[in-house]
Write a protein that binds this ligand. Structure first.
Ligand SMILES: NC(=O)c1ccc[n+]([C@@H]2O[C@H](COP(=O)([O-])OP(=O)(O)OC[C@H]3O[C@@H](n4cnc5c(N)ncnc54)[C@H](O)[C@@H]3O)[C@@H](O)[C@H]2O)c1
Ligand SMILES: [Zn+2]
Length: 473
């Protein structure tokens, strides 16, 4: 069992559930290609679906089995849009189980009927028969699906292998993919609060538990080396990382190289980790020379997010996360910070997941996730990484980015209440120029345009410096 990205995304659901529309939207959000099974069948058979059904449903189903099986063998990751009855075939169900993340678009029968009545679909000519078929298929969708989706964000999250559910921690045993042994990694503090629940949920899958230091101390080669030496998993095993972003970054990096790479499942417990750090497959550790200088792209087999775990998070840690939430809302163009926790986490996670699916190796668009961060890093560096937390620095950085984008800062000020920091101005400016290698009197920043975020925008150094100075007390 490798990463979630090794599997196709298969959409199942009844006639009229909107699979084709959702498939198109998912493709747009993730840059994946869509394969429409019904169209491939028509292409291969040289006849329309209606004509094939006229020859008998079994003729159609035989083509369908063949097309689904060959489509799922494609090396290129696809969004596979399946016909409503495809799951009636055990061969199709078996192929989906092996090669796809199967997403069930769960839509009620009344809505489905409203959408398809009057169409030429062979199985939608009689309402009573349509409803009977719906009831008959329901258990099959339930059985086949890895994920039940109600909107496009649910589908994007499924495509990224991200599972957001209140109570997910208690279901960890059934959520962790594969059959191999599990090694549970967390820091002592989080282990003390949530470790026992995780152990109980993992049950007989759990082979060993390990501790990493709390905070950035976990993100050192020494800590990862200790973990490597303690691990007893074989290659079929999975590392489950329960904790904040420091734990998931370090344990994910350990997983990327242990036995040349084993599967891993982050279970983020801080707000920072649930909306940001545990999504997108970046793992790594720090060097004395700087943060995150050694690492790997290692996409998880699954990311299990349980918003209920935030209840035990100290207020200061919650504020750290809110800066990233506000950043995400600004990028998405929606006040996501106003939502209740479960929805806030789900929407923010879905936004980051989509960006990372479009740019998994951080070669382009993913840079937008650094909105405000160039300023933040300069302030943190000028403070010698003490006394100025990342969240506070990001809150200030967002102010500067908004001002340079010609945007109002009222919302950020109201929610994050950023206070200017006491650091040396010249030191902050030096750090900023080092970070961005100012070329020809300009720096490259992420700004918000009228049609969404833009990255690599050239901004005159004088303007950047002026905005940086406003963040310093
Ligand atoms: N990989 C990425 O894409 C990415 C993205 C953003 C941030 N990060 C990294 O994430 C790290 C910061 O993550 P963080 O803010 O979660 O720090 P963290 O892991 O140190 O956790 C913060 C503190 O909160 C405690 N904690 C966590 N969950 C808790 C809970 N539910 N109840 C009580 N206490 C809890 C932890 O023990 C710790 O003391 C940084 O190293 C940053 O570089 C990585
Ligand atoms: Zn950040």
């Amino acid at each position: 069992m490798g990463s979630a990205l090794d599997r196709h995304v298969a959409l199942v659901g009844f006639m009229g559930a909107g699979k084709t529309t959702v498939a198109r939207e998912l493709a747009q959000r993730t840059n994946l290609n869509v394969s429409q099974v019904d169209r491939s069948i028509e292409h291969q058979a040289g006849r329309s679906v209606v004509e094939l059904f006229a020859e008998g449903e079994q003729v159609f189903r035989t083509y369908e089995e063949h097309v689904v099986q060959t489509t799922l063998l494609s090396r290129r990751r696809l969004v596979v849009d399946l016909g409503g009855g495809a799951v009636t075939s055990p061969l199709v169900r078996g192929a989906l189980l092996e090669r796809a993340i199967t997403v069930w678009l769960d839509v009620d029968v009344d809505t489905c009927w409203e959408r398809v009545r009057g169409s030429d679909r062979p199985l939608a000519q009689d309402e009573a028969e349509f409803r009977r078929l719906y009831d008959e298929r329901l258990p099959l969708y339930r059985e086949t699906a890895d994920v039940v989706a109600h909107d496009i964000d649910d589908v994007v999250l499924a495509a990224a292998g991200v599972h957001v559910e209140r109570g997910a921690l208690g279901r960890l045993g059934s959520l962790v993919p594969g059959e191999g042994a599990v090694s549970l990694v967390s820091d002592a503090y989080v282990a003390g609060i949530h470790g026992m629940d995780a152990q109980l949920a993992l049950g007989s899958r759990l082979a060993e538990t390990h501790e990493v230091p709390s905070g950035e101390e976990a993100k050192t080669l020494a800590a990862v080396d200790r973990l490597w030496q303690q691990l007893r998993l074989d290659r079929r095993g999975t590392i489950v990382a329960l904790g904040g972003g420091c734990t998931t970054d370090a344990a994910g990096y350990a997983a990327s190289a242990y036995l040349r790479g084993v599967a891993w499942v982050p279970v983020p417990t801080s707000l920072v980790a649930q909306v940001d750090a545990a999504i997108g497959g970046k793992t790594g550790v720090d060097l004395p020379q700087g943060k995150n200088l050694v690492g790997a792209f290692h996409w998880p087999a699954l990311t299990a997010i349980d918003p209920a775990l935030l209840a035990t998070l100290p207020e200061a840690q919650r504020r750290e996360g809110m800066s990233e939430v506000v950043k995400t809302g600004l990028l998405a163009g929606e006040p996501l910070w106003e939502l209740p926790d479960d929805e806030l986490v789900r929407r923010c996670a879905a936004f980051k997941a989509a960006v990372c699916l479009r740019d998994p190796r951080d070669e382009g668009e993913r840079a937008i996730l650094n909105l405000g961060h160039t300023f933040a890093h300069a302030l943190e560096a000028a403070a010698g990484y003490e006394g100025v937390t990342h969240g506070r620095a990001v809150a200030l950085g967002l102010l500067a980015a908004l001002r340079l984008s010609g945007r109002d800062t009222g919302q950020v000020e109201e929610i994050l209440r950023p206070k200017p920091v006491r650091v040396e101005r010249e030191r902050a400016w030096q750090a900023m120029q080092r970070d961005k290698k100012a070329v020809g009197g300009e720096l490259r920043l992420v700004l918000l345009g009228d049609d969404g975020p833009r990255w690599n925008v050239a901004v005159p150094a004088d303007d950047v410096r002026r905005e940086l100075e406003r963040l310093i007390a």
